[in-house]
Ligand binder design. Structure first.
Ligand SMILES: Nc1ncnc2c1ncn2[C@@H]1O[C@H](COP(=O)(O)OP(=O)(O)OP(=O)(O)O)[C@@H](O)[C@H]1O
Length: 300
């Protein structure tokens, strides 16, 4: 067992942010934690790493309680850049971790080279760009070669080239048997590294392997979106109004004949049909709706 989160609850004031959250990771993998702003992703990651106490529930990492300090040699948590000190260099940050964890200096050099931050390692962090800070945070998270790597928004502020480099690094770490739990809003990047997703919806966790959905998604451009939406909903189709006045239609079978016949019978004019890959973005929309709200009557 790598990580076991059991019945975790957390309330801030009257807000129940996490409700009986449970999940387990048993073999090296990459899992993404996804949810709208304020849905509790950072709170859950902080509870897992024992930076925050749950009101109820337990967390076990590598077979031990997350309160057992010995596990901190085996795990890492990358938070946002507020944990960095402007007046220290990148090297100082890495050295601090190396000193606390008794790591050889060679591990700092090796990690800096791997992430590609050697050129500016001796500059003060106050002079770093957002992307440079993200790279340093990532270096700090992997310098101890953790078995479980927890990353809060690792792709935040990265240009496309850097995002690709980080994606490749994460896949490389997985090949080295590192388990990675990451939160991100970048659903297209998530689709490239994993299909295992934990969706956090109003404090409740929905764990899914979206590659297992045998669903085809079609985007329809029609003359009257609302009427077409009602027609398809009444016939129990999974359908959603998406931006630009289009409809997303989710089908388990590949034939479009029946729903299109229904629309034509209801005098809907169909201008365009686009087949889209069903990925985490489409699943996100069925769970949270396009406004980020849970869409009660759509289920897969
Ligand atoms: N220390 C705290 N005290 C009070 N409320 C808090 C605290 N930390 C978080 N919250 C509240 O808990 C909720 C979840 O916050 P959290 O930061 O975990 O969300 P998130 O999913 O990580 O958001 P984002 O995607 O914007 O980073 C929010 O409503 C937030 O205001």
């Amino acid at each position: 067992m790598i990580l076991k989160v059991d019945q975790v609850n957390k309330t801030f004031g009257k807000d129940s942010v996490l409700k009986n959250v449970s999940f387990e990771i048993t073999k090296p993998t990459i899992i993404a934690l996804v949810g709208p702003n304020g849905s509790g992703k950072s709170t859950l990651l902080s509870i897992i790493t024992n930076l925050l106490r749950p009101d109820k529930g337990t967390v076990q990492i590598l077979g031990k309680s997350n309160k057992d300090v010995s596990i901190f040699k085996e795990i890492s948590f990358m938070q946002d850049n507020t944990v960095l000190y402007d007046y220290l260099t990148g090297y100082d940050h890495l050295q601090f971790i190396a000193d606390v964890q008794s790591l050889p200096k060679s591990q700092i050099v090796e990690t800096a080279e791997r992430i590609g931050i050697t050129d500016y390692l001796n500059k003060k962090v106050g002079n770093y760009s957002l992307g440079m800070k993200q790279h340093l945070l990532l270096a700090m998270a992997i310098v101890n070669k953790p078995k479980l790597l927890i990353l809060d928004e690792p792709l935040n502020g990265l240009d496309p080239t850097s995002a690709i480099k980080v994606r490749n690094l994460l896949l490389e770490l997985l090949r080295e048997e590192t388990t990675i739990l990451l939160s991100s809003h970048n659903l297209s990047e998530i689709d490239r590294i994993t299909s295992e997703i934990l969706f956090l919806k109003k404090g409740t966790l929905i764990k899914e392997d979206i590659s297992k959905f045998e669903i085809t998604c079609y985007q329809l451009t029609v003359n009257n979106v609302k009427s077409a939406y009602q027609t398809l909903c009444l016939a129990n189709y999974e359908v959603q109004i998406i931006p630009e006045n289009k409809l997303s239609l989710y089908l388990k079978e590949s034939s479009l004949n029946q729903p299109l016949t229904l629309l034509l019978q209801n005098n809907t004019e169909i201008y365009e049909i686009e087949k889209v890959v069903f990925g985490s973005e489409e699943r996100y929309q069925t769970i949270f709706g396009t406004k980020g709200d849970f869409h009660e009557d759509v289920s897969v």
